[in-house]
Design a protein around this ligand. Structure first.
Ligand SMILES: C[S@@+](CC[C@H](N)C(=O)[O-])C[C@H]1O[C@@H](n2cnc3c(N)ncnc32)[C@H](O)[C@@H]1O
Length: 286
């Protein structure tokens, strides 16, 4: 028998509230998740049950409680150079083509968006890949790049901006060379060097908000986030990204995500056992 204290109706109300505020769509079997992740907020707010907690949240006009709920419900799992192939693709395929345009004088800036940057490992891995690329490609400088890293979770974003990690977090996927080159140890903490940090602009952004305000992008990393969303919301995000991408732009998603049946603005390419997507206006589109 279930141990849950959240009633089916309370779960339905909170599930709808969560989807409305961050797009995370929870199946019927996820009542335990709402219950465990929101339990401490129930205590913090002095509510005695999930029904009164929902009413408090629904009538709260300040964003504070909503932010805490979103923070509690998001999954911030990430690691350095996650899956490796996206960074191989960046280094071997995407950066060389864009660097050619810089050398030819037809482009001055390369814009990259990490669309669910969590605690920073993804955008910092992108920045370190670029810094290595610059070392190997005279004439291409870090100033040619602009990385935008966004996330909805205030606490994940705070950690990302701080660029400070404990040894266990640092060890998850980061090769020794990168640790020695791009981090400095400050007591028990490892801090990312300013040369890496200054390449990234961190910003709070909800993928439900109008995407066009972010400006044109050349490369978008949107990984391990659409898995939490409904089909309709996935379609909205991927077509928003298609609008945002420059004509030669690329999208990188994770291997557990797919564009199939959602958008037809992309051509799949493969490299290093991974897939990436080139923006291609659908045939016959105006
Ligand atoms: C599992 S992490 C993925 C991190 C990174 N992209 C990676 O691949 O390692 C998912 C992130 O998506 C964020 N997220 C969830 N819903 C969001 C939304 N509506 N808008 C922006 N970010 C969202 C979460 O806060 C979380 O940090």
């Amino acid at each position: 028998m279930s141990q849950e204290t959240i009633t089916p109706n309370e779960f339905k109300l909170l599930r709808d509230y969560i989807e409305l505020n961050c797009g995370i769509a929870l199946g019927e079997e996820k009542a335990y998740l709402v219950e465990t992740r929101l339990a401490s907020l129930l205590v913090e707010t002095g509510c005695q049950d999930f029904g009164s907690f929902y009413r408090l949240a629904a009538h709260d006009t300040s964003p504070t409680l909503r932010d805490k709920i979103v923070d509690a419900m998001t999954t911030n799992e990430t690691l350095w150079f996650r899956d490796q192939h996206p960074f191989e693709i960046l280094k071997a395929k995407l950066l060389p083509a864009l660097a050619e345009e810089i050398r030819a004088g037809t482009r001055f800036r390369i814009r990259i968006w990490s669309a669910a940057s969590s605690t920073g490992q993804e955008p910092y891995s992108i920045a370190m890949t670029i810094l290595e690329f610059c070392k190997a490609n005279p004439g291409i400088r870090p100033e040619h790049f602009e990385i935008l890293a966004t996330d909805i979770s205030p606490s994940a974003l705070f950690l990302a901006k701080s660029g400070r990690y404990d040894a266990a977090t640092l060890a998850r996927g980061l090769p020794d060379y990168y640790r020695e080159t791009y981090f400095e140890q400050v007591g028990a903490v490892w801090a990312v060097k300013d040369s890496v940090k200054r390449m990234i602009n961190f910003k709070r952004f909800n993928l439900q908000d109008p995407i066009d305000s972010l400006g044109k992008m050349d490369i978008v990393f949107c990984r391990y986030v659409a898995i939490y969303f409904s089909e309709a919301f996935k379609r909205q995000i991927y077509s928003g990204i298609a609008r945002l991408l420059a004509p030669s732009g690329h999208l990188i998603i994770s291997a557990v995500e797919s564009l199939r049946g959602l958008v037809d603005d992309f051509d799949a390419q493969s490299h290093a056992n991974g897939t990436y997507y080139r923006y291609a206006r659908p045939k016959g589109a105006p």
